[in-house]
Design a protein around this ligand. Sequence first.
Ligand SMILES: Nc1ncnc2c1ncn2[C@@H]1O[C@H](COP(=O)(O)OP(=O)(O)OP(=O)(O)O)[C@@H](O)[C@H]1O
Ligand SMILES: [Mg+2]
Length: 465
Amino acid sequence: MTTFRDLKLSEKILHALERAGFEHPTPIQAQAIPPALAGKDVIGTAATGTGKTAAFLLPIVERLAARPGRPGPRALVLAPTRELAVQIEEQLERFGKTLHVRGALVIGGVGMGNQTRTLREHEVVVATPGRLVDHLQQGTARLDGIEVLVLDEADRMLDMGFKPQLTRILSRLPKVRQTLLFSATMAGEVADFARAHLRDPAKVEVARSGTTAERAEQQVFHPGQHEKLPLLLALLEDDELSTLVFTRTKRRADKVAKVLQRAGHKVARIHADRSQAQRRMALDGFKDGTYRVLVATDIAARGIDVAEIGHVVNFDLPHVPEDYVHRVGRTARMAASGRASSFASPEELPLLRDIEGLTRKALPKVEVPRDRATFQAELKRSAEAQASPGAGAQPAGFNRNRRRAAAHNARRGGGGGGGAARASGAASGGGHAARGGGHAPQGGGAAGGSAKPKLVGSWGGKRRR
Ligand SMILES: Nc1ncnc2c1ncn2[C@@H]1O[C@H](COP(=O)(O)OP(=O)(O)OP(=O)(O)O)[C@@H](O)[C@H]1O
Ligand SMILES: [Mg+2]
């Protein structure tokens, strides 16, 4: 079995890994770290939740610590969302601190002053493209000392949405550098980009692009559009798992969150129209269990690492099949298990076919529990609310939850006023049965592959839109 020591990492990094509880390298780490340490370009594909972040951060830290260079940024990591950039920077701090390799977090939605200072002094820039371009325009970032470029979620970073910013950033980077691309899905522009910008890359493919998380148990329901909310409420009743719900639009996320909240669930929402402070509070509250449910757009689909998410619900199917793989990958990370339920209404069947084509798996169908009381009550409530908007009918389960909350308050000697009953969110009052386990470090067997990169070229398929 490969060990971190076999990968020729320095003692200081080995200590940091030990402190982080990383006992053995995961397969992508075992296979991508050696070529990256040797200075080669790398294209790394491995399933969600299998440690790709450390696979690119460890070689960077090692390289920068071993070879002192000019002051200022020497490595640049680009990520598609602020939350993911924050997370990568936090992981960098875990490994880089003792080696004096520091990160400058450059993301939108917060002030630029502090970023300008760290951009001058720190060695690794972890950025979302838009804000980095702002700094380039204002002359507060210099990238001419960059030795290593990482595109995390490379296929997303290279799609049309980021193209203009990425082109501007690339034009400011030295031509001679090391480039590392990582993702669980490698489609679309990746092959073209690699041909144009990488030199003889090591293609490390632990899992074929599009492979879903191994321990995620997946299922699909076929509700009508109007049955999706009743179905979600019924599913939330089945367990107390931390649940991440994906909707197609920001407005739908708001609507779903509102209904869940009225039904007594502790729920937060995250999408691009919310302020950075609201986004951070939502994610932090979801991580620490304040909220049992997080309703999100695809902004939360990629890279976000919350150990205890037990259930991912695709309230709407994603339009791009790759996003399905990433959404599902928010659960069942590392050694954890999890469940993913997808709601495919008749209009969404073509999307389901695309997903099944990409993942090369037919999703098992499960019957919509139409005879469940919660389902029927919510169906009735929403029909009534539609017939007479503003009538104020409460979502299914609301009254029962209020009663439960009042009883709970009475037991605790609380006043039991309406406000307290609402705030207590009785539906998730039992705490999260699934929480607290955390990640068991990767077991031995999984890391048993050879340290030699596997040269496989099947990652270059065209994205279907
Ligand atoms: N060798 C290891 N031993 C134990 N835990 C690890 C190891 N490597 C990574 N982890 C942990 O596993 C979790 C998942 O890692 P990471 O976020 O890097 O996955 P990923 O492959 O980038 O997933 P995604 O495709 O969703 O972005 C993190 O909590 C990380 O700290
Ligand atoms: Mg990742």
